[in-house]
Ligand binder design. Structure first.
Ligand code: MG
Length: 234
C-alpha cells in the first residue's frame, strides 16, 4: 500500500453511531449519575463550558487538565469526591449507551487491510474522552482487540480536531510525515483538517457531518470505496 500511516476516526466512522444523538444520551446519563453531587442544571452548564475550553486547548497542557481545571472552577465539589463517580460511570452506565449498536464488519476489514498493507494504524478519535470511554466504544465497534499503533484520548492529547496541532502531535508520536498518511473520517471540518499537514483524506459518507469544505477530500464515498482505496484500487 502507498500509505505508511492510516488514521481512522471512531464516532460515525469505525463506529456506526449518530454522534449528536449519542452525545445527547451521554450527557443525560452522566447528569443523572452526578445528580446526587451536583445540581443537574449547573452540571450541564459546567460540562458544556469546560468541554468548550478543552476543545480550544492551545497545547500548553493535556486536554484532561484543560477540562478538569475549567470544570472544577464551576462546581462546589472537590475532584477527589467526584472523579471516582465519573470513573464508575464509564465502568457501568456508559456501557449501556452502546445497546443497539451493530458493529460494521467493514470497519474491521478496513483496519486489517491497512495493517496488512504495512501501514501504522492510528485511532484518531477527537480526544474529548478518557481512555476508558474510548476503549468501551472500540468494543462496540468490534475492534477492542485490534492493535492500534496509537490511540488519542484526553489524557495523551493537547489539542482537539480540527486544530492541525492535533494531527501534528500524532505524527510526532509515530514518526510519520503527513504526506505518507491517509485520514479516514466522516466530518468535513474535523477530519479533513488533516490535509493541512499534507495527508490524503477519505470522507466516509455513512454518517456524514457537513460543516463546509475548508479542504476537499482526496476521496469520498461508502465502505466499498474505502476498501478499494485500502487495497490499492482507489
Ligand atoms: Mg466522526
Amino acid at each position: 500500500m502507498r500509505y505508511k500511516g492510516v488514521f481512522f476516526d471512531l464516532d460515525g466512522t469505525l463506529l456506526p453511531v449518530d454522534l449528536e444523538e449519542f452525545i445527547a444520551r451521554y450527557i443525560e446519563a452522566l447528569t443523572a449519575k452526578v445528580a446526587p453531587h451536583v445540581e443537574p442544571q449547573r452540571f450541564r452548564k459546567a460540562l458544556l463550558e469546560s468541554t468548550a475550553k478543552m476543545m480550544n486547548n492551545d497545547g500548553s497542557r493535556t486536554n484532561e487538565e484543560a477540562f478538569m481545571e475549567a470544570f472544577f472552577a464551576r462546581v462546589d465539589i472537590e475532584p477527589r469526591e467526584l472523579v471516582p463517580v465519573f470513573e464508575d460511570f464509564y465502568r457501568r452506565e456508559y456501557r449501556l449507551l452502546g445497546r443497539g449498536i451493530q458493529a460494521r464488519p467493514e470497519a474491521r476489514r478496513a483496519v486489517e487491510l491497512a495493517a496488512a498493507g504495512g501501514a501504522q494504524v492510528v485511532l484518531a478519535t477527537n480526544p474529548l474522552f478518557p481512555r476508558m470511554a474510548v476503549e468501551v466504544r472500540l468494543e462496540w465497534a468490534g475492534l477492542d482487540a485490534f492493535p492500534f499503533r496509537h490511540i488519542t484520548t484526553y489524557e495523551n492529547s493537547r489539542y482537539c480536531k480540527p486544530n492541525p496541532g492535533y494531527y501534528a502531535d500524532i505524527l510526532a508520536a509515530t514518526g510519520l510525515r503527513g504526506e505518507e498518511c491517509l485520514m479516514v473520517g466522516n466530518d468535513t471540518l474535523e477530519d479533513l483538517a488533516a490535509a493541512e499537514l499534507g495527508f490524503d483524506t477519505f470522507l466516509l459518507e455513512d454518517f456524514l457531518i457537513e460543516r463546509g469544505y475548508p479542504h476537499a477530500p482526496t476521496w469520498r464515498g461508502g465502505w466499498g470505496d474505502l476498501l478499494d482505496v485500502l487495497t490499492g484500487n482507489g
